[in-house]
Write a protein that binds this ligand. Structure first.
Ligand SMILES: [Fe+2]
Ligand SMILES: [Fe+2]
Length: 358
């Protein structure tokens, strides 16, 4: 009962435009609070990496990962209010890859929002993607939550415009996980200025959920699990009582809390990345990887691929990871500890020990 009351109070806080609710007649307030429909769900599919081999031939395994996510999301009950596709729809940014991916996503029975990934961007700098999916950054309000999409995979102009003889080479350089010719991702001044203005209009008790492709935090620079101006973006979210950042790109489950901001990653439908050996930020710890498809268990190709359903309750996100070939996981915000936690693997005895490969 206490829990219920608390969540209802949180729900009141979540209604930024509704702060006058306490002055409403009690009966009406109770009706508003009792409306569980204000909690809602959405689905999150990411990192499909659709890859053209030649002509109409595409890498079948990546196709199957996306087709399965779309089919399963369509079966969700209750139905999600919308779907987010978290970026890296294509592998090398080609029009054919984006078209093929878009066709598979068109089978979704819900409105879909798109986030730009580096694999979608660095061939034509997002031109074709924009024709299909619209602006690279924007925001909207839904059931008392303010949602924001950012393009977090931009980088220095010199790298983008002056360094490479062809667009294809630029794309290939950015596509590698551990390529020292890559360049750190960033949101950039223009979008941060837009975000500042966008968030100024939002009541600070309204929950904010931000979608990006790269993490808006500095996890591991060597693999670009990193956004160069993460600190500046975090500062814009700092005044909000409840902020959540959901990101793709890392192809693995990560969760973290920095100040008031909860961070949660989503899985890829294509392939899992291994966890970096070290999360130390120093550049001297760049890993010396040479195999672009290295992962947790190369003989178990679906061990950590899947998609997510996201439950929004009282402005907090709980991610249910629907894993194709592994135990499903749920990472939810824990009010008592003030951070997202894995509800399945918190107990050390249940954790899967690190694997050693030779
Ligand atoms: Fe990816
Ligand atoms: Fe990516």
């Amino acid at each position: 009962m206490t829990q219920k009351l608390r969540s209802r109070r949180d729900f009141l806080w979540s209604l930024g435009a509704f702060t006058a609710a306490s002055s409403l007649p009690l009966g009406l307030v109770q009706v508003v609070f009792a409306d569980e429909a204000k909690n809602f769900t959405f689905a999150y599919i990411s990192d499909a990496h659709i890859q053209q081999i030649q002509g109409t031939k595409f890498v079948r395994n990546w196709d199957r990962g996306l087709i399965r996510a779309v089919a399963e999301a369509n079966l969700l009950q209750p139905k999600p209010d919308f779907v987010v596709f978290g970026g890296d729809l294509a592998q090398l940014g080609k029009r054919e890859e984006i078209d093929h991916g878009a066709e598979m996503l068109s089978k979704l029975a819900y409105k879909t929002y798109h986030v730009m990934g580096e694999h979608d961007y660095y061939l034509d700098l997002g031109e074709y993607w924009s024709k299909l999916f619209g602006p690279h950054y924007h925001s909207w309000d839904h059931k008392g939550v303010h949602f924001v999409v950012l393009n977090s995979i931009l980088t220095f102009d010199d790298w983008t415009f002056k360094r490479w003889p062809t667009a294809e080479q630029r794309m290939l350089e950015m596509a590698g996980l551990d390529n020292p010719n890559g360049s750190p991702f960033m949101v950039g001044d223009k979008q941060r200025e837009w975000l500042k203005k966008d968030l100024e209009k939002v009541d600070k008790n309204t929950p904010v959920v931000l979608f990006s492709h790269s993490p808006i935090q500095k996890i591991y620079k060597g693999w670009n699990f990193w956004t160069e101006d993460a600190d500046e973006v975090q500062a814009l979210l700092e005044p909000f009582a409840k902020a959540t950042v959901i990101y793709g790109h890392v192809h693995q489950i990560q969760y973290n809390q920095i100040g008031n901001i909860a961070f949660q990653s989503v899985m890829a439908t294509a392939w899992p990345w291994p966890y970096p050996q070290s999360y130390v930020h120093a550049e001297v710890n760049w890993p010396k990887l040479t195999v672009p498809m290295n992962r947790a268990d190369p003989f178990f190709e679906r061990d950590a691929t899947g998609w997510q359903s996201v439950e929004m309750a009282a402005g907090r996100a709980a991610l249910d990871y629907n894993l194709y070939n592994n135990t499903n996981r749920r990472v939810a915000f824990n009010k008592d500890t003030g951070r997202p936690e894995d509800t399945v693997f918190q107990d050390p005895a249940r954790r899967i020990p690190p694997q050693t490969h030779y």
